[in-house]
Design a protein around this ligand. Structure first.
Ligand SMILES: [Zn+2]
Length: 452
């Protein structure tokens, strides 16, 4: 699940809930033998994706490459074919990504530079590097000024000589962060470091996001170092006797080549479904914690692979099925965007069912999410069948996952999601904390029966 696109709720289109004439519940009556999803296989794929070796699957790292290779080999093992456009199951694309070199440092110091308080990455602060106006790399030490009143550009001249500006929530409340940063950075007198108070924490940990849609490069001439601090850390900074801070971020922002992993079942007809799930996640925090992304989205990938395995076992299929493990989703839906851009599939022949965050161990609604009118019929069909199956389903219009680029290109496409925010985009999203395997297997079985 991609945080940036979630915040921009993409369209105000209202899902028309009760108008689809084609919606027809799956009937069990004339299906004598239903193949069962293998829950053990779900567990195996899940455990592998969240293993230490894969280190959170961040694009551009060894862990991501290993996940690619694992899925490639699994697709071959379970008997999926490699499509013509991805002869070794890999569809490559380029991605600009910030690769951190060390954990970011953020300290209160005294006038001589001695450390007064060392803050914890994740709990107390995070860096903010993935934007066109932010520096990905650098360090700075100096005096700071607290800005508590709502900030307006006209006030810039009144600022002190200090090069670090620390903004309270009150100071930034009146505008969006983008507008706020731009107003600061377009002024004649701009700081070297911006720090702002933020309460975007889950389970007392900052929600991490590598969104890179607007990122350019490391050595951004006009960029400044930007950090978010928790309300608790802000208070300590505000109350400090000697107001000096020392910050240091080391990230390598570079273009890497990564791949989506694609396998298929060539059915009797020339149309069918894309079943997809992103396998990338947020990687290693380099502070001893790793973002394992069990729910987001090892869960969806293991469901997709188990679905593929069951379909191969089921024998010849009427329709074509493409199974795509997307890469680069967390940075801004890059894998699905590249796939759609390369134009492999006919918009009139394929529908997309994307799975992102499924099998949560807390009671939560099963959302069928889509944003464009052409997806309504598909969404409604899944919704009615899910109700029939006994699932607590709702429809919603979030564009924050890999269905969205398909919708923009005219495909009917949905994401199935249980958006459990408890550990979302923190190192706490682990199998034990987030996942109910039996529930995940049940949802996978539902999708399997839906497609029969
Ligand atoms: Zn995510």
């Amino acid at each position: 699940m991609n945080r940036r696109k979630l915040i921009i709720v993409v369209t105000s289109f209202l899902m028309v809930l009760s108008m689809s004439a084609c919606a027809k519940p799956v009937s069990n009556v004339d299906v004598p033998e239903v193949v069962s999803i293998d829950p053990q296989y779900i567990n195996t794929v899940l455990d592998t994706l969240i293993s230490e070796e894969f280190t959170g699957r961040l694009p551009g790292t060894d862990g991501n490459k290993k996940a690619e290779e694992f899925l490639q080999s699994e697709m071959e093992t379970i008997g999926l074919s490699a499509p013509e456009f991805a002869s070794s199951y890999l569809h490559g694309f380029d991605l600009l990504v910030p690769l951190k070199q060390k954990v970011t440092e953020f300290e209160l110091v005294d006038v001589d530079g001695a450390v007064v308080q060392k803050f914890d990455f994740g709990d107390d602060f995070t860096e903010y590097i993935a934007r066109d106006f932010a520096m990905g790399i650098g360090e700075f030490q100096g005096a700071y000024t607290i800005v508590d009143d709502p900030f307006v550009v006209g006030k810039v001249d009144e600022m002190t000589e200090d090069d670090i500006w620390v903004f309270s929530r009150n100071a930034t409340a009146s505008s969006s962060y983008d507008a706020f940063f731009k107003s600061v950075l377009n002024s004649d007198r701009k700081p070297k470091v911006i720090i702002y108070e933020s309460d975007q924490l889950n389970n007392d940990h900052f929600i991490l996001s590598p969104y890179t849609g607007l990122m350019q490069h490391n050595d951004n001439e006009n960029g400044v170092l930007i950090y978010r601090v928790s309300p608790g850390a802000f208070q300590m900074i505000k109350d400090a006797d000697q107001k000096f801070l020392k910050v240091s971020t080391a990230a390598d922002v570079k273009t890497v080549e990564v791949s989506n992993v694609v396998g298929m079942i060539d059915g009797k007809s020339d149309h069918g479904y894309v079943i997809s799930a992103h396998f990338d996640h947020l990687g290693d925090n380099l502070d001893g914690t790793v973002n394992y992304g069990a729910l987001d989205n090892a869960s969806g990938v293991s469901a997709m692979m188990a679905l593929a395995e069951a379909m191969v076992r089921d024998g010849e299929q009427e329709l074509d099925y493409y199974f795509i493990a997307f890469n680069g989703e967390e940075e801004g839906l890059h894998g699905s965007t590249a796939f759609v851009r390369d134009n492999f599939l006919d918009v009139d022949k394929f529908k997309i069912i994307n799975m992102d965050m499924l099998g949560s161990n807390t009671p939560i609604e099963f959302e069928i999410s889509a944003t464009h009118p052409q997806s309504t019929e598909l969404s409604q069909w899944i919704f009615e069948n899910a109700k029939e199956y006994g699932i607590n389903a709702i429809t919603s219009n979030i564009g924050a996952s890999d269905h969205f680029p398909f919708e923009q290109a005219g495909f009917a496409a949905v994401t199935l999601i249980e958006f459990d925010k408890r550990f979302y985009h923190t190192p706490y999203d682990t199998k034990d904390a987030s996942i109910d395997l039996e529930h995940l297997a049940d949802l996978t079985q539902f999708v399997f029966e839906l497609l029969q």
